[in-house]
Design a protein around this ligand. Structure first.
Ligand code: FAD
Length: 401
């Protein structure tokens, strides 16, 4: 029976980029994933995900995205497909940027300037002219950064999976890892829920929401949280199309609301909330629905900020689940006790944009080496009391006692 050098559990952005990276290092690589790839319940599966450099005071994440951006652009050329749309990012703030230098918008703006970028500070008249669909009277200040935008995440996974097969990676769809085979404290493969055995010298768990169920020790550091996503069919598509609308964050660290321009293929406007979310005990069984109250909150936001969209039909809703580490940082390390077992997960609602470097990081750690970015994502002792540091996230931090 074939024995892979590396067997990867999960073909989301963490797993598939790791597989490609390890194959390029001449290892034999197998990938298991339930159902079809991209899996409908996977975090990476969606019509769009934001690619932004803006991370408030967090220079490490900003610099990591700086490294990712050229690859996002290269992938468009390499795959001859517009997977990444560089429509830019408009950050709206309810306070003057100078007023709160540690605020998400303010710190992002000044850190971009420090790095030599030219985010455009826009006064209300300029904003009304450039982005007419937004009710700018709600926002005291704003800046637009032409660098960044969104990636068609589900199609990125589809494309990378095809590329992985071309590289000689064995992709096993309809295979759900059930149990990691451990012998003398060493991982030696996996037994799937479908009753098949896959052998490997090293196992890498990139199963997103299901990772804590495959590696029980992770439950002490990671929770699963569900977040509402809405697709609306605008009656005035042009009004919401780039360049009249870019990716937007509406005072996001205090509201959670963000949105995308009219999607050229899906013909919808996606609006979602990057907030606390609701805790999900079993992501496989959870009905993952959006509740009446979520729709009321959406309507209130639209009435206030995107009034021309408030009466347009919601044509799709989804509760998508974050693999949420308590501090909001990714979880990338070798298991502290079990040899030949690596974990790459913990996207915490902001991991997709890191696709171009996340595979390199996980592969390097799995080889037992350090990666220039890996220190912060190592196995660490955090708890429910730990503060989540992802600064764009609406978490009512001020109320954290
Ligand atoms: C609503 C929402 C909005 C987001 N918006 C953004 C954004 O704008 N920008 C951004 O950068 N990030 C965003 N994120 C975060 C980003 O999507 C995730 O961090 C990233 O996609 C995580 O990738 P992953 O590979 O770890 O997990 P996943 O994409 O979930 O992949 C895990 C894979 O493992 C498979 N799997 C599950 N169980 C098993 C098993 N037992 N055996 C084998 N395989 C298994 C699954 O089928 C899946 O294919 C968002 C996330 C959500 C939920």
């Amino acid at each position: 029976m074939k024995k892979y050098d590396f067997l990867i559990l999960g073909a989301g952005i963490f797993g598939i980029t790791t597989a490609i990276e390890l194959r390029k290092r001449n290892y034999s690589v197998g990938v298991l994933n339930p159902g079809k790839i991209p899996h409908p319940l996977a975090e990476s599966t969606d019509i769009s995900k934001i690619i932004r450099m803006e991370y408030g005071t967090d220079i490490e994440y900003m610099t990591m995205v700086e490294e990712c951006l050229p690859v996002w652009r290269e992938w468009n050329d390499f795959f001859n497909d517009s997977l990444f749309h560089e429509v830019g990012f408009l950050l709206l703030s309810r306070s003057l940027l100078e007023k709160d230098s540690s605020g998400f918008e303010s710190a992002s703006y000044f850190n971009l300037l420090k790095k030599g970028y030219q985010p455009e500070r826009l006064d209300i008249e300029q904003r009304k002219k450039l982005f007419p669909s937004i009710n700018h009277d709600q926002y005291t200040d704003a800046f637009y950064h032409k660098i960044g935008g969104y990636a068609e995440s589900g199609r990125v996974i589809e494309t990378l999976t095809k590329y992985a097969v071309q590289l000689g990676i064995n992709i096993h769809e309809e295979q759900t890892a059930g149990e990691i085979k451990i012998n003398n404290n060493k991982a030696e493969g996996v037994i799937t829920k479908e009753g098949n055995t896959f052998n490997a010298g090293h196992v890498i768990v990139c199963a997103g929401n299901l990772s804590p169920f495959l590696v029980p020790g992770l439950k002490s550091y990671i929770k699963i949280t569900g977040h509402p996503v809405f697709h609306l069919k605008p009656s005035q598509p042009d009004f919401f199309s780039y360049p009249h609308l870019s990716v937007i964050a509406a005072d996001i660290s205090n509201t959670g609301w963000y949105g995308f321009p009219f999607h050229p293929k899906e013909k919808v406007v996606k609006i979602a909330n990057h907030g606390k979310g609701i805790e999900i005990n079993d992501p496989e069984k959870d009905e993952r629905v959006v509740y009446e109250n979520d729709i009321i909150q959406l309507k209130n936001f639209l009435k206030e900020s995107l009034p021309a969209l408030v009466n347009d039909p919601i044509v799709y809703t989804r509760r998508c689940c974050y693999t949420d580490t308590f501090d909001g940082h990714f979880w990338i390390d070798n298991h502290p006790e079990i040899k030949g077992l690596t974990i790459g997960t913990g996207g915490s609602g902001h991991g997709f944009k890191m696709g171009p470097i996340i595979g390199d990081m996980i592969a390097t750690v799995a080889e037992g080496k350090s990666h220039k970015w890996s220190a912060r994502y190592r196995w660490r002792h955090i708890s429910e009391k730990t503060i989540n540091n992802e600064e764009a996230r609406f978490l009512n931090r001020n109320n954290h006692s």
